[in-house]
Design a binder for this molecule. Structure first.
Ligand SMILES: Nc1ncnc2c1ncn2[C@@H]1O[C@H](COP(=O)(O)OP(=O)(O)OP(=O)(O)O)[C@@H](O)[C@H]1O
Ligand SMILES: [Mg+2]
Length: 180
């Protein structure tokens, strides 16, 4: 069973591969143990035909391999918990992928290393901006790389090793504050 943070990594990589300059990632856990993960990007989007075909695991624009599995596996993971996946996309505007998971379902994968996944995404696409937010019944936090850029100034790029460790540490701290 693949951890949710690894699924999320795949879904956000689709956004950066589609040329997104801003990806908004939000996780919302409600008191009834429902987790909604939304990834909204301003990438090139998909045509209605592409959008309809994407649920089919044999659709991909990758040239190195014939099958695209990121979205079908993510959909399967959500549906196995009694949740669902919704894809919305407009060509030239962007794409939003919304997944609902029932956390207490026996088949719900663990969240995994969310701080590590986010730090990896930021380091891997230093030209793009990410807004990451997570809220639970205990509280919420948000990290925005646009604000980080302002604080760091032009000298320190987002793929600097010290930025990676700072992001990891910051997110670990924030995660422990909103989970029991
Ligand atoms: N955010 C997005 N913006 C634009 N197109 C997207 C987006 N997400 C997915 N797609 C399109 O849908 C296709 C299928 O995505 P999926 O993640 O299932 O497979 P893949 O990325 O091609 O391969 P894999 O994820 O297995 O490495 C992609 O090749 C891409 O053309
Ligand atoms: Mg993919």
């Amino acid at each position: 069973m693949k951890e949710l943070s690894l699924h999320l990594l795949d879904i956000v990589k689709n956004s950066t591969a589609a040329g997104a300059t801003l990806v908004d990632i939000s996780l919302t856990e409600t008191a009834d143990h429902t987790l909604t993960i939304t990834v909204a990007d301003n990438g090139r989007g998909m045509s209605p035909e592409m959008l309809a075909a994407v649920a089919d695991p044999f659709t991909t624009t990758r040239t190195t391999r014939k099958v695209g599995l990121g979205i079908p596996l993510y959909r399967m993971a959500a549906e196995q918990t009694g949740g669902a996946l919704k894809l919305e996309s407009t060509e030239g505007v962007g794409t939003t992928v919304t997944a609902v998971f029932h956390l207490e379902h026996l088949d719900c994968p663990p969240l995994g290393d969310l701080p590590g996944a986010m730090a990896t995404l930021i380091q891997g696409s230093p030209g793009a901006d990410f807004r990451f937010s997570h809220s639970t019944a205990l509280g919420s936090y948000c990290l925005d790389t646009r604000e980080m850029r302002e604080l760091l100034g032009p000298e320190v790029p987002l793929d600097a090793p010290e930025v990676f460790s700072w992001v990891t540490g910051y997110l670990q701290e924030q995660e422990s504050a909103i989970h029991t």
